[in-house]
Ligand binder design. Structure first.
Ligand SMILES: NC(=O)c1ccc[n+]([C@@H]2O[C@H](COP(=O)([O-])OP(=O)(O)OC[C@H]3O[C@@H](n4cnc5c(N)ncnc54)[C@H](O)[C@@H]3O)[C@@H](O)[C@H]2O)c1
Length: 440
């Protein structure tokens, strides 16, 4: 099938590459000229496992091309995916200006045979609004379908290729069949292709993210309480997780959620609730708990050191989650900002996100290529993102590098007993720390 994908960010680029990989003829379009120039050379501007190989392979096979010209991108396309960003406005509502601008430009040239599909996460009702707007401007009926994306950064290619399910919101049988045909290669293990109204599809995306984020804030609150009660959240997790109604996923205590989706989608959902006279009290609380949780390591550090002025703190992990270089709304940024404000000196490491962090912080931080060199002369180590390479470090070596042997583990990576054996003081989230040099 001939496909156009508008917006070459995380979602658009993964969509375009995976659709090309399954044999479609795909044109990716973006207004960012520098990004398109790099993509044409096979250079992927974001870190996402497996993505660069896919882009290079499909460029070589001439199934994938990139342009900044919208009319050219859609000329031959049977299906046109819109994957532009929908960032939050100051009041939490989704900013749809990029979507409207693409819609208005499309109105000039799109034909009734072409199917438009919104993949961006948009407030419920946006699909129908875009259809109405196109009808007014183009003077003819055009169908817009909804196909929310559930991929996770860090595993985006894998998620797109092997989705748990595909959800589409359509107005016609024709649109459902076209989208089913396009997704068939990814649903060979029998995963469901779910057809519903555009409103239900749009709502599905928000409800899914709200529930996942609720699990995170819930377990974080419980972890904080366990700590005060002398219980261990790890045992509690095991105790509840085997209940099939509960399960283990998304119940890992930590320093809160970040990224470009959960915070913005929950804010947009809360705003939708307010607009419709039904404030979403759980969603609002999830966001509030999360803001507090981003400061949890800082609280533990203040309690440990008293003053942070002059302390050298090493930080492992800056991206909002492992296997991505994305630092949008990353909890690490809140920690860095507050530690700097309190006069600490920061040595930071991340396997992928250092260039993005350097763009924000310039020479306010010391950037270290390797985890161990980050520790030289440090008074403490804060672990913010659970990259796999931090899971089993050489504690003896770490201890020799550091000025004070203290670990503030924001992801509960280690078994407290083991860390204490090496003479560290260890702080984690909701863990019971056996008597040793200190306890959290
Ligand atoms: N990142 C994720 O994990 C994820 C997952 C599911 C859904 N989503 C949703 O998908 C959408 C895109 O997210 P993203 O993370 O890929 O965003 P992004 O910011 O990485 O990329 C958006 C791209 O759109 C381009 N763009 C903006 N205006 C344009 C225009 N008028 N014409 C063409 N291109 C334009 C930008 O230059 C940018 O490259 C959002 O609505 C997001 O909520 C994201």
């Amino acid at each position: 099938m001939r496909v156009a994908v508008i917006g070459m960010g995380y979602v658009g680029l993964v969509t375009a590459s995976c659709l090309a990989e399954s044999g479609n003829d795909v044109t990716g379009m973006d207004i960012d000229e520098a990004r398109v120039a790099r993509l044409r050379q096979g250079e992927v501007p974001i870190y996402e496992p497996g993505l660069e190989e896919l882009v290079k392979h499909n460029l070589r096979e001439e199934r994938l091309r990139f342009t900044t010209n919208l009319a050219e991108a859609i000329r031959q396309a049977e299906v046109i995916f819109i994957c532009v960003g929908t960032p939050p406005l100051p009041d939490g509502q989704a900013d749809l200006s990029s979507l409207w601008s693409v819609g208005d430009a499309l109105a000039e040239s799109v034909t009734s045979e072409q199917l438009l599909v919104i993949k961006s996460t948009v407030p419920v009702g946006t699909n129908r609004r875009l259809m109405r707007r196109l009808h007014e401007r183009a003077g003819r009926a055009l169908e817009v379908a909804s196909n929310p994306e559930f991929l996770k950064e860090g595993a985006a290619v894998e998620d797109f290729m092997k989705p748990d399910r595909v959800v589409v919101g359509v107005h016609s049988e024709r649109a459902a069949r076209l989208l089913e045909q396009l997704h068939a290669p990814f649903l060979r293990a029998g995963q469901p292709f779910l057809v519903m109204s555009p409103e239900s599809a749009e709502a599905t995306k928000y409800v899914a993210n709200a529930l996942l984020a609720t699990k995170i804030s819930f377990i974080n609150e419980m972890a904080n309480l366990c700590e005060l009660l002398g219980a261990d959240i790890n045992d509690v997790r095991r105790g509840i997780g085997y209940d099939k109604r509960i399960g283990f996923q998304f119940l890992h205590p930590g320093v809160g959620f970040g990224g470009s989706c959960f915070p913005k989608d929950l804010a947009a959902l809360a705003s939708l609730g307010r607009q419709h006279g039904q404030p979403l009290r759980i969603v609002e609380a999830v966001l509030e708990v999360n803001e507090r949780q981003k400061r949890i390591l800082l609280q533990k550090m203040r309690r440990h050191y008293g003053s942070l002025a002059g302390k050298v703190i090493a930080v492992w992990g800056l991206s909002f989650k492992p296997r991505t270089d994305d630092i949008r709304e990353a909890p690490a940024l809140v920690l860095l900002e507050e530690l700097l404000a309190q006069g600490a000196t920061l040595r930071v490491h991340d396997p992928a996100a250092l260039p993005n962090v350097r763009r924000l912080y310039g020479d306010r931080l010391t950037y270290c290529d390797k985890p161990y060199s980050t520790l030289e002369g440090a008074d403490g180590l804060a672990i913010v993102t659970e990259w796999p390479e931090f899971r089993n470090p050489d504690f003896a070596h770490m201890g020799r590098l550091m000025r004070q042997k203290v670990i503030f583990d924001g992801r509960n990576l280690y078994e407290p007993r083991v860390v204490l054996q090496y003479g560290f003081q260890y702080y984690a989230i909701g863990r019971l720390i056996p008597p040793g040099p200190t306890s959290s």
